[in-house]
Design a protein around this ligand. Structure first.
Ligand SMILES: [Fe+2]
Length: 242
């Protein structure tokens, strides 16, 4: 499996606290069957100012530690970019941490506030798409606007966004409502990728296999292959060329 959303870079957001925890998270992911990980620290303006240079230098240290420990996993980095008009200025300066290239598009993990979808979000999304950047919207099943009005996702589906569901929503860890919405969105074909959104070992671990089993049980092997490997592979493969 490939995990494209997790907070494993140590000490730069609310994920892994230090290198020891980062390595423990990676070991857990590898034991769970993950072969490629894209670490995605929060880039949340004013809260976690993780610009490209900050992420890149933190990533180098992590890669070095993983090499020293001889852990068999491939790593790359992007960011979970919080919706903000600041995105446009980073974009113009080529300072946005993005996923790779696929079908003449670059992909970006985009986070809405959990409480709602701000007015004007579609305008920003359209602007990104015009620049050949496809937003991968993080965990729509946990957004309170969408929990109230699930069909509001369709405006973003029509624009061409991709969607990433959180593994522990599928297994029920975020409650019945998030679980039901994640499964309904998968059933309707809206979800492209499932990722862990791991932050720590206990409460939000980097485990994908349980959600994968659930998806196989409900939707079959082919869907699981698409959500836990194929789509993630497509949009990140160019990042792993060394
Ligand atoms: Fe996240």
């Amino acid at each position: 499996m490939i995990d494209i959303h997790c907070h494993i870079l140590p000490g730069i957001d609310d994920g892994a606290k230090d290198m020891i925890e980062a390595l423990a998270l990676i070991n857990l992911a590898v034991a769970d069957g993950v072969t490629r990980i894209v670490v995605t620290p929060h880039l949340h303006f004013g809260r976690f100012n993780n610009y490209l240079s900050v992420i890149a230098s933190s990533f180098l240290a992590l890669q070095q530690a993983v090499d020293n420990e001889k852990i068999q996993v491939e790593l790359a980095y992007a960011a979970e970019v919080r919706l903000d008009s600041e995105i446009l200025s980073l974009l113009s300066r080529q300072q946005l941490p993005l996923y790779g290239n696929y079908n003449n598009q670059q992909f970006m993990l985009l986070e809405f506030p959990h409480s709602h979808i701000p007015a004007g979000s579609d305008v920003l999304v359209k602007h990104l798409l015009k620049q050949n950047i496809t937003p991968v919207i993080a965990h729509p099943e946990r957004n309170r606007d969408l929990l109230r009005s699930p069909d509001n996702i369709k405006a973003f589906v029509r624009l061409g966004c991709w969607f990433q569901a959180t593994a522990s929503s599928i297994t029920g860890h975020f409650g019945e409502e998030c679980q039901a919405l994640s499964l309904s969105y998968i059933e309707q074909g809206f979800i492209n990728i499932v990722a862990s959104d791991a932050h720590n070992l206990k409460r939000r671990p980097p485990i994908l296999s349980e959600a994968r089993s659930k998806v196989i049980e409900l939707f079959g092997e082919e869907k699981a292959q698409e959500l836990f490997y194929d789509n993630a592979y497509d949009i990140t493969d160019s990042m792993f060329e060394r």
